[in-house]
Design a protein around this ligand. Structure first.
Ligand code: HEM
Length: 420
């Protein structure tokens, strides 16, 4: 029975967590506890850890964790299969963010299975398609250069620059606010809320962030209903697909998911890439060179090498993959960064190779739920590389820095002090 997003009800899923709750059909030899997103090996060097999964784990295993037990898929082929078959792997109830059961809503479009999902994408896809985002190019370049002025000023004053707070986080948040039609003075608050929601150690902290985001976004939606403009919040707030206006929970669930999907992912991507450019002068020189001739190849390979997030699903009907039985209601995570390191598809996967044969990368997933902001994110990354490398071609991590990653579903260094 498909869910009715206009009249949402909290799903009736039981959380299955810990070694006492392993279903009897799971073969003992496939049970693991790999510490994804929070174990010490993951937090020490997350992308090396994703590569090692292929050396140490079977292609599909059952991970037992206090945060929830679930199947992990690490092979490129298996992730493609799962992501392309929503009839087996559903998005309903697959999102981990807490919500008030008395004021429930679905995250749209991510929690809506096809065919209903298309109705929502149709509202905003024209803005997020390649031609739509191309129109933002001048604006993004301007925002990048405004921040670069501040970056250079900070460096002149202090001899260093903390990349994540000076550029990596504010740039995508600024662009996001422009697109959404929200005021720029919310920039630093949005950064703070996004970090609290996605990298808290407790569900209480996540719920607190969610509460603050909710109050703000509901206010913004009410304003845009009263006074429409051409930003995305207004477009969603006033949408009437097939002549039927969206309900309040649909509008809120859509705008709120854009906040969740469109901020931390982009800044984590920038922070990862800049960390590695700062550490590797040869990679930097080659990147500067290749940005002149093949910017799109550069962007695609960097997105493969430092992809930042995962796809969660719930098994919709019993299915067998690689001889492993998965039962209705069980949770699955497609480990996208691991799929991007599958050595059968991307030989020598940790190497950045701008001339790799073109293959589907999974940074943005594939299938009906492939990232709505993928073209925007690619454009932002391209412009940031072009503008930064033009003005600051040589930079390195401040000596003595310990790079820290926080637990969470989006992978990126917490702080990145640079010098040049
Ligand atoms: C480098 C940056 C980004 C990365 C790595 C990324 C990654 C992803 C991934 C992996 C998914 C699929 C999740 C799943 O299958 O469960 C997704 C979906 C989505 N992303 Fe992104 N994203 C990025 C930027 C953005 C931006 C800038 C926006 C919007 C402003 C955005 C909006 C969305 C939306 C709305 C969805 C849900 C699509 C659907 O369900 O049809 N993302 N993203």
């Amino acid at each position: 029975m498909p869910i009715d997003a206009a009249n949402p009800v909290p799903p009736n899923f039981q959380r299955v967590a810990g070694p006492d709750q392993i279903p009897p059909h799971v073969p003992k030899e496939l049970i693991r506890s790999v510490g994804l997103t929070m174990g010490p090996d993951f937090l020490a060097a997350p992308h090396d850890y994703m590569k090692k999964l292929h050396d140490e784990q079977p292609p599909i295993y059952y991970d037992v964790s206090p945060m929830g037990n679930m199947w992990h898929f690490i092979k490129h082929e298996d992730c493609l299969f799962g992501l392309r078959h929503p009839e087996f792997f559903s998005n309903e109830g697959a999102t981990p963010f807490p919500r008030d059961p008395n004021d429930y809503f679905y995250f749209i479009p991510i929690e809506i299975d096809p065919p209903h999902h298309r109705k929502y994408r149709n509202i905003v896809d024209p803005l997020f398609c390649p031609a739509g985002v191309k129109q933002l190019e001048g604006l993004i370049r301007q925002r990048a250069n405004d921040l670069l002025d501040e970056v250079e000023a900070e460096h002149a004053r202090t001899g260093e620059c903390e990349f994540t707070t000076a550029f990596g986080r504010p740039l995508p948040v600024s662009v996001f606010l422009d697109i959404m039609g929200l005021p720029q003075d919310m920039r630093d608050t949005f950064v703070e809320w996004a970090v609290q929601l996605l990298h808290s150690n407790t569900r209480e902290d996540m719920a607190d962030a969610m509460q603050k985001i909710t109050v703000y976004l509901k206010g913004a939606i009410a304003e845009k209903k009263a006074k429409p403009d051409d930003g995305v919040v207004s477009l969603i707030a006033n949408a009437a697909p097939d002549g039927v206006p969206l309900s309040d929970p649909e509008i809120f669930g859509f705008v709120c998911f854009l906040f969740i999907g469109g901020l931390d992912t982009v800044f984590a991507t920038l922070n990862n890439i800049w960390l590695h450019l700062a550490r590797d002068p040869e990679l930097r020189a080659e990147t500067i060179n290749r940005m002149e001739t093949d910017p799109d190849k550069v962007v695609e390979e960097l997105l493969r090498r430092w992809s930042v997030t995962f796809s969660g699903r719930v098994v919709e009907q019993d299915v067998e993959v690689r001889g492993v039985q998965l039962k209705k209601g069980e949770r699955v995570t497609f480990i996208l960064p691991a799929a991007n390191f599958d050595p059968e598809v991307f030989p020598d996967p940790l190497k950045v190779d701008y001339d790799r044969p073109r293959k589907t990368i999974l940074a943005f997933t594939v299938g009906v739920h492939s990232c709505m902001g993928g073209h925007l994110a690619r454009l932002e990354l391209k412009i940031c590389l072009q503008e930064w490398l033009k003005r600051i071609p040589n930079f390195s991590v401040k000596p003595g820095t310990h790079i820290e990653y926080r637990p969470g579903g989006v992978i990126g260094p917490e702080f990145l002090p640079l010098t040049w």
